[in-house]
Design a protein around this ligand. Structure first.
Ligand SMILES: [Zn+2]
Length: 184
């Protein structure tokens, strides 16, 4: 059972926005950097504690997710497929097998020339949680003003030519190249 009086008492925490079912969007410092966590929590003795199920996003990856808001809404309506690369092989995906949004790390499978999802805990949001997440997109800059200074990767100076893009571990984490042979 959820007890609304339970507290989050971590230092440097800016917000904890409930998505429902004990999943929260939490902005706090993590290894010295402001990060946004979408994570399941559990309650013990009046306090919330983070669980394994969840993801941690850099502000840049959060903004990448936010920039896909319209696509997420469209896909919710049409029931179609969606796969957004947030950077560094972190993907947000909607497919036919799960009515919601799945966010997790993927890895490059060289043998098959594709990226594949890790099984280790990411986070799967159901439709209601996803709707709440869309609201978080709007209010998050009120808590994390740093977001206003985040420049999307593709808009950075060194990405104005293809080389910058291909050398970027966020945009091209698997070192793929258009001019070389595709790795097998
Ligand atoms: Zn990049």
């Amino acid at each position: 059972m959820s007890d609304s009086s339970a507290t989050f008492s971590e230092d440097g925490q800016r917000c904890q926005l409930a998505l429902g079912n004990n999943v929260f969007v939490v902005a706090k410092f993590w290894h010295g950097k402001m990060k946004i966590h979408i994570r399941e929590y559990t309650q013990e003795r009046g306090r919330w504690f983070p669980m394994k199920r969840g993801i941690t996003l850099t502000l840049q990856r959060w903004m990448e997710l936010v920039s896909n808001k319209a696509r997420i809404e469209e896909t919710m309506e049409s029931g179609g497929l969606l796969k957004c690369h947030l950077g560094g092989n972190m993907y947000a995906e909607m497919d036919n097998t799960y009515p919601g949004l799945d966010i997790r790390k993927w890895y490059w499978c060289g043998k098959q020339n594709v990226v594949k999802p890790y099984k280790r805990p990411g986070i799967k949001l159901d439709v209601d949680q996803m709707k709440q997440l869309l609201n978080c997109f709007i209010v998050m800059p009120d808590f994390v003003s740093e977001l206003l200074n985040v420049v999307p990767c593709y808009m950075q100076k060194d990405h104005m030519n293809q080389f910058g893009y291909f050398m970027c571990p966020e945009c091209n984490p698997n070192g793929l190249s258009v001019w070389g042979p595709t790795p097998v």
